[in-house]
Structures are given as structure tokens and as C-alpha cells.
Design a protein around this ligand. Structure first.
Ligand SMILES: Cc1cc2nc3c(=O)[nH]c(=O)nc-3n(C[C@H](O)[C@H](O)[C@H](O)COP(=O)(O)OP(=O)(O)OC[C@H]3O[C@@H](n4cnc5c(N)ncnc54)[C@H](O)[C@@H]3O)c2cc1C
Ligand SMILES: NC(=O)c1ccc[n+]([C@@H]2O[C@H](COP(=O)([O-])OP(=O)(O)OC[C@H]3O[C@@H](n4cnc5c(N)ncnc54)[C@H](O)[C@@H]3O)[C@@H](O)[C@H]2O)c1
Length: 450
């Protein structure tokens, strides 16, 4: 084997790529990873990790306000954004170091460069070096996309949010999905006045409608202005003042910052996927089968570049199972994509696993039975804060198999994981009824619904 021959070349050192590289190396494969940016990709650098750090800061600021209402002598909190970012980035630097150490310890070659597929077994680096391997993993992730309207270049995207040094006074967030809801919540909590411009008639399309309506209510109470059914026509921006114009040519108030959270597109174009005949869907996602095979033999793909669920643990799990198949001798190893739990780090958070009520009714008709519990969590009730929780169970058939769990409220992010295991194991409502509650908690509502 020469210095440019490997068993596996991984293009992209993000969540999926690194997980695949480590698992392949553990099976004895000789691995090269190509990554021009920071190790860890989107999740570690401009996604889950810095986002969750900002969410924790926002959550603390809300808790400080509750504490003040409950008798603690808390002076109005002054948030030093730059100091917080120093802690956040130190945390991230530790992740980079730990990845680098693991790569070294596993003998994985890291090339700080871009990779482009030349054929089914050859990748060319930006410097023109050709590497060869019988197995290639495409794990190049995705990038934020701006809407196709005049002036869109003036706005930030989520990557830029993480470069902020202070809360802008008035912020416009365009979009109503995961990132829009999360960034709007953080900014409002940390002192901005946020307006959300949402194309649809509600937040979080595809999530349970009742929970999305309740979250919209929570956001309004919290001071976020929601502009639903908003058709953005253009943006004018100059000297850090932005004005949005809608389809009726009405102008918005001026904003100090504008953030587009209008979806992401796959990085299949920057790694030569189409050039070697890899099948893409109309939006450029790499089409993979249930074993993560692309349409070109020996070339696989995982994570956000594929036409599957765009979440970090999904990219990681898919990559590990793939490497167990390719190098670990387990011919059937593949990820079961059903019933993947997900959390939106809104204020309060939303957790979801399985079918929404609408999806269940479309599939099972009258056999669906829904249980719900709306309540004020104890801390909020004590502090006379209006924030409410709404938990829902979607059940099907005479045995009332639980096919969906939807939690909006404080703690939902931490409560859901265990119940996701239960749902995946096929529990029925009766199993929840037979489980003795843990009192007093929010989680107990899941086993007490009648
Ligand atoms: C703001 C935000 C918040 C998020 N929050 C969460 C969350 O809370 N929970 C969650 O589960 N998911 C979250 N996600 C989604 C999560 O970040 C992605 O699903 C995950 O990072 C996908 O991993 P990946 O390996 O497919 O791609 P990435 O992590 O994006 O990694 C791809 C890597 O490939 C590299 N690359 C691209 N082209 C090339 C090339 N030609 N050659 C070499 N390298 C290349 C890139 O530099 C990048 O490092 C969030 C995303 C965003 C944007
Ligand atoms: N907590 C988490 O796990 C988490 C957090 C962030 C992102 N993610 C992942 O990243 C993915 C991408 O997140 P996202 O928020 O970018 O996408 P998204 O698909 O959740 O939301 C995109 C939003 O942009 C709107 N939109 C699209 N084009 C528009 C246009 N031209 N004008 C106005 N609005 C427009 C859509 O209507 C939608 O509301 C998510 O689907 C999720 O898989 C996960």
C-alpha cells in the first residue's frame, strides 16, 4: 500500500464522517479523512453545540427572572455576551482537541483539504493529490441557503449568528422551522426584540399542530412578534438597518439585524458527486438505499448530504452501522430510520417521537385515540409565570399502541429520551398506566394521562 492508498477515504470531518472513520479504524481499516475546516463540522462549530450553549444562557436568564419573582435578590442580569462566548469556544476547542487525539490514537490520516470525487475509487485534494480507496464515504453535510429575493445577501444565516458579540436591539428572523424558532427564542431571552417572518400559517410545519400553536402563544407572551403567512418580496439594507418588503409592497419597521433561517442545501455539488454519476434528488441530496449505498458501487453517503433525516445522532448512527457492515463483517448492519426522537430547543423546548396526531389519523383513521395533558410546571406556577406545558400521546388500535409522543414544556428535552426507547419497543398505553409516577415532576404527566 502506498502513502496515497487507503481502505477508506472519508470526505468531510463532521459528525457522520468522523464517526465512520473511527468505527472503520476500530475494525482495522486504514482510513484518511479530508476536512478543510474545523473538526466536528456543523454540529460542533456552527450547529448543535454552540446553539445549545446559547440556549443554556437564554434559559439561565429566564430562570434568573423567575428567581427574582420568587424572593431572591437578583439585580437585573447584565449579560456579558463576549465572556459567555469565551466559555463556549473553550468548550468547543476541547472537542477539537479530543477529536484530534482520537484520530492520532487510531492512526487515521487527517488531510486539511477539500476532496473531489474523480471516480468510484479516487478522490482528488484541492492541491491535486490523488488518493485511492475501494471504499469512499461522502459526509460533506449541508449549508444554509438564503431565499431567492432581491437584497437577500444583506441578511445573516445561522453560521453568522455565532459570530455575534452582543444582542442586536431589533432582529428580524425569517423562517419558521427548527433554526428560526431556536435562534428567535435565544435572542429574545438575551435582550433582543425579535420579529419572526413566517411563510406558512404556523411555526414548525410537520410538528404537532396543537404544540406549535401553544409555542406560538408562549413566544407572543414572551414578546416575540409573529408575522404569519408572510410573503417576503425583497430586503433593503444599509448601514446595519434592514427593511423587509412583502408581496403587497408594505415595508416592515427597520431592524438592526436580519437572520435567514430558510432551510439548508446539501454539499453534494462541492465534492464532485454528480461528476461520477451519483444519483441526486431534485434538491441535490445524495440518494442512498437502506444500507447508505449511493448509486455508485463502493461509494456511500451519510448525514445531511443525503436525502434522510438531518440530525447529528442520525449521521453518527448511520455511519457506524455502515462501517460495521463494510469492515466489521455484519452484512445486515443498517440504521432503522423509524421513530427517531428529536428536540427543538425553543423556550420552552419541544420533544417529538413517532407520528403526529394528523399523521396517525391519515394512516389509521378512527383507530386513533389521543391523550393530552396541559399544565403549568411547578416553578412557573410558583412564580406566577404564564408559561404552560402541553403533553400529548397518540395511540392506535384496541391495544392502544403508543405511536407518537409530543412534549412541549420545561424539561421536555431531557424527558423524551427514555420514553422514545419505550415507544421504539412498542409499548401500549396500558404500560404507561402500570408505571408508578415520579412525583412531583413534569415527567409524571406522561404516565398519568387519562
Ligand atoms: C444552527 C444549527 C443547529 C443544529 N442543532 C442541532 C441539534 O440541536 N441537534 C441535532 O441533532 N442536530 C442539529 N443540527 C443539525 C446537525 O448539525 C447536522 O445534522 C449534522 O451536523 C450533520 O452531520 P454531517 O456529518 O452530515 O455534516 P457536517 O457536520 O455538516 O459535516 C460536514 C463536513 O464536511 C466538510 N466538507 C464539505 N465539503 C467538503 C469537501 N469537498 N471535502 C472535504 N470536506 C468537506 C465540511 O467542512 C464539514 O466539516 C443543527 C444544525 C444547525 C445548522
Ligand atoms: N434541535 C435540532 O435538532 C435542530 C436544530 C436546528 C436544525 N436542525 C436540523 O437542521 C435542519 C435544517 O433546519 P432549518 O431550520 O434550516 O430548516 P427547516 O426545514 O426546519 O425550516 C426552514 C424554514 O424556512 C422556511 N422557508 C424556506 N424557504 C423560504 C423562503 N424562500 N421564504 C421564507 N421562508 C422560507 C420554511 O417554510 C421553514 O419554516 C432541520 O430540518 C433539522 O433536521 C435540527
Amino acid at each position: 500500500m502506498s502513502g496515497t492508498d487507503f481502505d477508506l477515504i472519508v470526505i468531510g470531518g463532521g459528525s457522520g464522517g468522523l464517526a465512520g472513520a473511527f468505527r472503520a479504524a476500530a475494525h482495522g481499516a486504514r482510513v484518511a479523512v479530508l476536512e478543510p475546516g474545523e473538526l466536528g463540522g456543523t454540529c460542533v462549530n456552527v450547529g448543535c453545540v454552540p446553539k445549545k450553549a446559547m440556549w443554556l444562557a437564554a434559559d439561565l436568564s429566564q430562570k434568573l427572572a423567575l428567581a427574582a419573582q420568587l424572593g431572591f435578590a437578583v439585580p437585573p442580569p447584565q449579560f456579558d455576551w463576549i465572556e459567555f462566548v469565551t466559555h463556549r469556544q473553550r468548550y468547543i476547542a476541547n472537542i477539537h482537541n479530543s477529536y484530534q487525539q482520537r484520530l492520532d490514537a487510531n492512526g487515521i490520516a487527517l488531510l486539511r483539504t477539500r476532496g473531489c470525487l474523480l471516480s468510484r475509487d479516487t478522490v482528488e485534494t484541492s492541491e491535486g493529490v490523488r488518493l485511492r480507496a475501494p471504499h469512499i464515504l461522502v459526509a460533506t453535510g449541508g449549508r444554509a441557503q438564503r431565499p431567492d429575493v432581491a437584497g437577500a445577501e444583506h441578511g445573516m444565516v445561522s453560521d453568522d449568528f455565532f459570530n455575534l458579540c452582543a444582542a442586536p436591539e431589533r432582529v428580524a428572523v425569517v423562517g419558521g422551522g427548527y433554526i428560526a424558532v431556536e435562534l428567535a427564542g435565544v435572542l429574545q431571552s438575551l435582550g433582543s426584540r425579535v420579529d419572526m417572518f413566517v411563510r406558512g400559517r404556523r411555526l414548525l410545519n410537520g410538528f404537532d399542530e396543537e404544540l406549535s400553536l401553544q409555542l406560538a402563544e408562549d413566544y407572543r407572551q414572551y414578546g416575540v412578534k409573529l408575522h404569519l403567512d408572510y410573503a417576503l418580496r425583497s430586503v433593503r439594507g444599509a448601514a446595519s438597518k434592514f427593511v423587509l418588503r412583502d408581496a403587497s409592497n408594505d415595508d416592515s419597521a427597520p431592524f438592526d439585524a436580519l437572520i435567514f433561517a430558510t432551510g439548508r442545501c446539501p454539499n453534494s455539488d462541492v465534492c464532485g458527486a454528480a461528476g461520477i454519476g451519483i444519483e441526486l434528488d431534485p434538491s441535490g441530496h445524495v440518494h442512498v438505499d437502506e444500507f447508505q449505498n449511493t448509486s455508485v458501487e463502493g461509494v456511500y453517503a451519510v448525514g445531511d448530504v443525503t436525502d434522510r433525516v438531518a440530525l447529528t445522532p442520525v449521521a453518527i448512527a448511520a455511519a457506524r452501522r455502515l462501517m460495521d457492515r463494510v469492515f466489521g463483517g455484519d452484512a445486515e448492519s443498517r440504521l432503522d430510520y423509524s421513530d427517531i426522537a428529536t428536540v427543538i430547543f425553543s423556550h420552552p423546548p419541544i420533544g417529538r417521537v413517532g407520528l403526529t396526531e394528523d399523521e396517525a389519523r391519515a394512516r389509521f383513521g378512527d383507530a386513533v385515540r389521543v391523550y393530552r395533558s396541559g399544565f403549568r410546571p411547578m416553578l412557573h406556577a410558583l412564580a406566577d409565570s404564564p408559561q404552560r406545558s402541553l403533553f400529548k400521546l397518540v395511540c392506535v388500535g384496541e391495544e392502544e399502541r403508543v405511536v407518537g409522543i409530543h412534549l412541549l414544556g420545561e424539561g421536555a428535552d431531557e424527558i423524551l429520551q427514555g420514553f422514545a426507547v419505550a415507544l421504539k419497543r412498542g409499548i401500549a398505553k396500558r404500560d404507561l398506566d402500570e408505571t408508578v409516577a415520579i412525583h412531583p415532576t413534569s415527567a409524571e404527566e406522561v404516565v398519568l394521562m387519562r
